[in-house]
Design a protein around this ligand. Structure first.
Ligand code: A3P
Length: 296
């Protein structure tokens, strides 16, 4: 294969009512049958909610600090992406998981109802990270530009509409965050907000550690907070996607570690779009107790 060839943009295919990119649709039969182990830990998110950030936090906690593994192994190998099929030279998540020693960290963007049943049968711990809908929209728009296996976004206005109607990879943000919220007490699920980590990382790292059953001293928590700060992760080749082939993620188009802030939506939404968004938001979130912050 020509190493400079850009990965083809894939189309969305329906998987039990949820749009996923076609290569995931192909592998989904195998994903469903995945056999989780009791000590697997799942990190679940809607795309762009802070997955990579939480993986780094969780892995540092599990290892008791910033070990050689954390410093030298790319994030996507330490926490394989469950439903991701092989693309170019990057193996399928299922194949990476086969060779990964336990306890394994497993990454997914699947909505709750599509997660393989064995995770719940085995009582696996799950951390779900949620981020406010507006900042996710902006982040997802820029991510589509650089992640060349995702469909074309069209213009900003086009993508805005696709996102609101849930016609994007992994489906509707509304269904995703509320679906996981509704089941959080039925399973061992810790529901964490991106905005809370941004506001008080010490507190949230401690909370995650407690949930995972680790007691860390203050110095180690401080070390983890420093290692997982936006600036450090942006410069760290193990977390900033620079180890992923650039035919798959082209960081010259838009960096993976783009802004890492709350409220960037204000730089992109028009006044009319904001009104339309608010109206749809009120309608879709009317029945849930789930609340987000869109500014500090
Ligand atoms: P932006 O595009 O708004 O900058 P995911 O890992 O789920 O794909 O999420 C990526 C988003 O999380 C990006 O958002 C990225 O910058 C942000 N992010 C990653 N690491 C972060 C950190 N340490 N602190 C704050 N934001 C972070």
């Amino acid at each position: 294969p020509n190493p400079t060839r850009r990965t083809e943009r894939q189309r969305l295919c329906d998987v039990k009512g949820v749009p996923l990119i076609s290569s995931m649709h192909e592998i989904f039969g195998r994903v469903e049958k995945f056999q989780a182990k009791a000590d697997d830990v799942l990190i679940a998110t809607y795309p762009k909610a802070g997955t990579t950030w939480m993986i780094e936090i969780m892995d540092s906690i599990r290892q008791g600090g910033i070990t050689k593994e954390i410093k030298t192994i790319p994030s996507h190998e330490r926490a394989p992406f469950l439903e991701m099929n092989r693309i170019d030279t990057v193996p399928a998540g299922l194949d990476l998981l086969k060779d990964l020693p336990s306890p394994r960290l497993v990454k997914t963007h699947l909505p709750f109802q599509l997660v393989p049943q064995s995770f719940w049968d085995k009582g696996c711990k799950t951390i779900y990270v949620a981020r406010n809908a507006k900042d996710v929209l902006v982040s997802y728009y820029f991510f589509h530009k650089m992640a060349t296996s995702l469909p074309n976004t069209g213009t900003w206005d086009d993508f805005f509409e696709s996102y609101l109607s849930g016609n994007v990879a992994w489906g509707s943000w509304f269904d995703h965050v509320t679906g996981w919220w509704d089941v959080r007490e039925k399973h061992q699920i810790l529901y964490v907000f991106y905005e809370d980590i941004l506001q008080d990382p010490m507190r949230e790292v401690e909370r995650v550690a407690r949930f995972l059953g680790h007691t860390l001293d203050k110095g180690t928590i401080q070390e983890i907070v420093k290692h997982t700060s936006f600036g450090m992760m942006k410069d760290n080749p193990m977390t900033n996607s620079s180890t992923v082939p650039n035919t798959l993620m082209d960081v010259s188009i838009s960096p993976f570690m783009r802004k890492g802030q709350m409220g960037d939506w204000k730089n992109h939404f028009t006044v009319a779009q904001n009104e339309r968004f608010e109206e749809e938001y009120r309608r879709r979130m009317a029945k849930t107790s789930l609340r987000f912050r869109t500014e500090l």
